[in-house]
Design a protein around this ligand. Structure first.
Ligand code: PRP
Length: 177
């Protein structure tokens, strides 16, 4: 089968939206130092581009999680493989995700991060697929783009670990060779 990719959100549109989001985020944190928490691996590209636009003091931290949402649809186990490098107690935190789908990962991460009592915790996702949500009340504070339930790749998102480095978001489909 041949992999065919159509552009859904162009590089230019992503970068323009990041500029708008960074303005809102700078207002939100109002000159305070913010800890950007990137969820590996999909969030890397977005966090780096966002950080470049934030004219304020930022620190980085990273978490790695595994989700078993597809094979365990009823339970949706989310496991933390790598926790934060430093505690976030009393800190201003922005969790940066590439996509919110069922919401299971975000719900688990928010509960985990809140247990450390940060001063402020906000969530920024590049993409949101609300049609796929199974967890109630999971609402990111900042959303780059709300998208329909299509198989998207690029700008962090993968198909079998590939295509993460594309500078745009594409929709992928398969065609007979
Ligand atoms: C993706 C994405 C989110 C999660 C969202 O990560 O980066 O963390 O899935 O899905 P959910 O809302 O259904 O929980 P993935 O597990 O694909 O890992 P990756 O970022 O390393 O590709």
């Amino acid at each position: 089968m041949k992999e065919v990719i159509e552009v859904m959100i162009s590089e230019k549109a992503i970068q323009k939206r990041i500029e708008e989001l960074s303005d809102e985020i700078m207002k939100e944190f109002n000159g305070k130092t913010v800890t950007l928490i990137c969820v590996l691996k999909g969030g890397v590209m977005f966090m780096v581009d966002l950080a470049r636009r934030l004219n304020m003091q930022v620190e980085y931290d990273f978490m790695d999680i595994s989700s078993y949402g597809d094979s365990f649809e009823s339970t949706g186990i989310v496991r933390i493989n790598k926790d934060l490098g430093n505690p976030i107690t009393g800190k201003n935190v922005l969790l940066v995700e590439d996509i919110i789908d069922t919401g299971r990962t975000l719900a688990r991460l928010i509960a985990h991060l809140k247990s450390q009592n940060p001063e402020k915790l906000k969530v920024c996702t590049l993409l949101d697929k609300p049609e796929r949500r199974v967890v109630d009340g999971v609402l990111p504070d900042y959303i780059g783009f709300t998208i329909p339930d299509k198989f998207v790749i690029g700008y962090g998102l993968d198909y079998m670990q590939r295509y993460r480095n594309l500078p745009y978001i594409g929709v992928m489909r398969f065609e007979e060779e």
